[in-house]
Design a protein around this ligand. Sequence first.
Ligand SMILES: NCc1[nH]cc(CCC(=O)O)c1CC(=O)O
Length: 313
Amino acid sequence: MTNHLLRIATRKSPLALWQAEYVASRLQAAHPGLRVELVGMTTRGDKLLDAPLAKVGGKGLFVKELEQGMLEGVADIAVHSMKDVPVEFPEGLHLAAILERDDPRDALVSTRYRNFAELPADARIGTSSLRRQCQLKSRLPACTLYDLRGNVNTRLAKLDAGEFDAIVLAAAGLKRLGLHGRIAETLAPEHSLPAIGQGAIGVECRSEDTRTNALLEPLHHQPTAWCVLAERAMNRRLNGGCQVPIAGFAQREGDTLRLRGLVGNPDGSGIIEAEATGHVSAAEALGEQVAEELLGYGADEILRRVYAAPQRQ
Ligand SMILES: NCc1[nH]cc(CCC(=O)O)c1CC(=O)O
C-alpha cells in the first residue's frame, strides 16, 4: 500500500507487546509496505498491579490511557485483550476488528501436580479472578485461594517460589508468550467457564478514521466477532465490570451460536448457569436472553452482594 505510518498504542507488559507486535505483523502481511510503530503506554491498571488490593475496581483500567492516546492523535489504533475491554467505548472510538480467537480456556499451572484431579483437597491456589475463584471453590471446596496479581511472568515466578500448589491463567496468554509447556491441564469450559472475550484480541480506532478502518478490515474474523458480541451483550445486561464472578462463553457451529453464562459467589456457593442457542445474526439478542435467564435465577442478588462486599486483602 502506501508507506504511511500507523501507530499502535500498547501497554508494555510482555503479553500486551506480543499482541501489539502480532497485530503489526498481520497488518504488514495484509498491506506490504505499510510502516507500523508501537507506542508504549502505562495504564492505571499497570500501576495498580503491585498494589495489595485485589479489587481495584473501575472499568477499563487497562485501556483508558490507550484510548486517550488515540483521541489526542498520538496513536492510530490500540490493541486489547477483549477480556479487558469495557462494553462501552468513548465518543469517537470504536472496535474496528476482532481477530480470530485463540484458545479461550483457562489453564492450570503447577510444579507439583499433573492435573486438577491430582490436587489435594486443601490445595493452595493462586488467582485474583472472582470468576475463577468461584468455579475452583465449587469444584474443590476445601481449597484455599490466594490473591495473585501481576503480569503472567510475575504470577509464574510466585508459583515457582512455592507460594501455591497451583495457579490458574488464561491458556491464550501462556501460549502467546511461548509458555505453553507450563500448562498442566487446560480446563474444559464445563469446569472453568472462560471470561467474556477471553482469548480474543480486539483493535480499537477512531470511528471516523476511514483509512485506518480500511487497513484493519482484513484482520477481522466474523465468527469470533459473533461469539464475542453475544458474550458482551450478556455482560452489558448484567452490568458486569472486570472484577465480578461472571463467566460467558459462546461457540459457533455453522450458523448457530451457543452461549453459556455463569454467575456465582466467590466462595463457590450459589452458582447459577444458563445457556441458549440462536442464529449468528441475533448474537446480541442471545446474550440478552442468557442474561435474563441468569437474572431470573437471582444473578442480580449475587452481583449486588459482590459489589457491596468489602475489598479483599
Ligand atoms: N486479566 C489479564 C489478562 N487479559 C487477557 C489475558 C490473557 C489473554 C486473553 O485472554 O486473550 C490475561 C491474563 C490471564 O487472565 O491469565
